[in-house]
Design a protein around this ligand. Structure first.
Ligand code: FE2
Ligand code: FE2
Length: 446
């Protein structure tokens, strides 16, 4: 069972394995062997910004979540004096760069956790904190054994033959052409979303044209994340219940879900991981754009397509898998540099070529090619457009970790925050308010 950020799970001895994927978040496993009770808590931030206030979601914070976690364990029969702990996560922003950071959110969350465990005298028997890469904290409940593993290592086969040869320019171009084409309706929906001037009639007309699409959109509307009071059985009701924008987003996601790989492997750390990352980043970007007063529709579509180049490179990973995973997981270089070395191009360059191949507007290519860069060299997107996606990507990677392989270069994050006019305090407030449930679950209905 996966424990998402800002949540906890407590269980009695059972054949259950609790897991938390941790980037900047901090995971705490506690267990009482004798009582046969244990659990996992996944803290997003150190404490609410307004200290002393009772936050709406106390489990998002170490300071307010840990006492609740302890209480839940005690309720099931655990005794604090018998508890043992394992702690993981709190990743620093980047590998070895001297990025001055007030952005060391993970370190502060970790500090809070350590203070709490010290005050409650709970011994830490396993700890792996402050790294630069995503890890998974597991608690095996049948024998109360904790485990911390770097995410993605299950793909890594050190004994595999290193028969790598860099793919030729032709095979890259072929891989771009081999990407499943997007139907015309999807392009229309994308344009509608970007224009933000759509009308209900227009939307239902486009969606009704495609019965499979309409059925999939309805199925998504009925997923538990939206909490519909009763079954939604018509597009008109769906439009009223969720609004035009959400329905358009869902329709676009239905089309794009067919383009993204659905298997585990390549860049995806879980089934459909790349697509989940795309949807989370899109919703995160939309949320940030709303806060900053920037166009939300464009931000959403930029987020959805920002890593589209990875679906091309994903086809080529198999050829060089041992080298790719070894370098991506055990080095300290950004993934983008490793891609360039192994494939001759990185996912931002390939992604820009793919959207050009699809004839999408030129600003999309600029955002895609610039989202891991400090300086913008496109002419069609504004520096703020690009910066917004850099920030949304950073948040998704660090606070909704575990869906896809990415060793983020932290250097562009600081100027991007500045370009968006975001201080570390505002950023933290934003992370605290993000619709994490929606960002996590909207992609899982596919
Ligand atoms: Fe990226
Ligand atoms: Fe990304």
């Amino acid at each position: 069972m996966i424990v998402p950020s800002g949540d906890m799970a407590v269980c009695r001895r059972a054949h259950e394995v609790l897991e938390a994927y941790l980037g900047t978040c901090v995971g705490v496993a506690l267990w009482d062997r004798e009582a046969g009770v244990g659990g996992l808590f996944h803290a997003l931030l150190a404490e609410p910004l307004m200290s002393g206030s009772v936050p709406a979601e106390p489990l998002r914070y170490a300071s307010t979540g840990l006492p609740l976690f302890l209480e839940a364990l005690e309720e099931k029969g655990a005794k604090p004096s018998r508890l043992e702990a394992a702690v993981a996560g709190g990743a620093i922003v980047g590998p070895g760069h001297d990025v001055h950071l007030d952005l060391q959110i993970g370190a502060r969350t970790l500090e809070r956790v350590e203070l709490f465990l010290k005050a409650t005298r709970i011994p830490v028997v396993l700890s792996e904190t402050g790294g630069t890469f995503t890890c998974c904290l597991r608690l095996h409940c049948h024998n109360w054994t904790p485990e911390i593993i770097p995410v993605g290592t299950h793909f890594f086969r050190p004994e595999g033959p290193p028969n790598h040869c860099r793919p030729s320019r032709e095979s890259l171009e072929k891989a771009i052409k081999d990407v499943k084409p997007i139907p015309q309706t999807a392009f229309k929906i994308l344009a509608l979303l970007r224009s933000e001037t759509y009308q209900m009639g227009e939307i239902s007309r486009e969606i009704r044209l495609d019965q499979v699409l309409a059925a999939k959109v309805l199925a998504l509307c009925n997923s538990p994340v939206y909490g519909a009071p009763e079954k939604i059985d018509s597009l008109d009701r769906a439009l009223v219940f969720l609004g035009e924008k959400r329905i358009l987003q869902m329709a676009l996601q239905v089309f794009l879900s067919g383009v993204f790989p659905s298997r585990v492997g390549g860049y995806s750390l879980c089934k459909g991981g790349l697509f989940q990352h795309a949807v989370s980043t899109a919703l995160g970007a939309e949320f940030i754009a709303r806060r900053l007063g920037m166009p939300q529709g464009k931000a959403y579509t930029y987020g959805l397509l920002h890593d589209i180049g990875k679906i091309v490179l994903d086809q080529l990973v198999a050829e060089s898998a041992p080298l790719f995973y070894r370098k991506a997981l055990h080095g300290d270089r950004p993934l983008k540099d490793i891609e360039k070395e192994l494939f001759g191009m990185d996912h931002t360059q390939v992604g820009a070529l793919l959207v050009q191949h699809w004839n999408l507007p030129a600003d999309m290519a600029d955002v895609i090619s610039g989202h891991h860069r400090s300086n913008l060299n496109g002419e069609h997107a504004t520096p703020q457009d690009v910066a917004l996606i850099t920030v949304a990507d950073f948040i998704t990677n660090r606070f909704l970790a575990g869906s896809q392989l990415e060793r983020l270069d932290p250097r562009p994050v600081i100027p991007a925050l500045r370009r968006c006019g975001l201080s570390s305090e505002v950023l933290e407030k934003m992370i605290a308010d993000m619709p994490l449930g929606l960002m996590r679950q909207q992609a899982s209905g596919f």
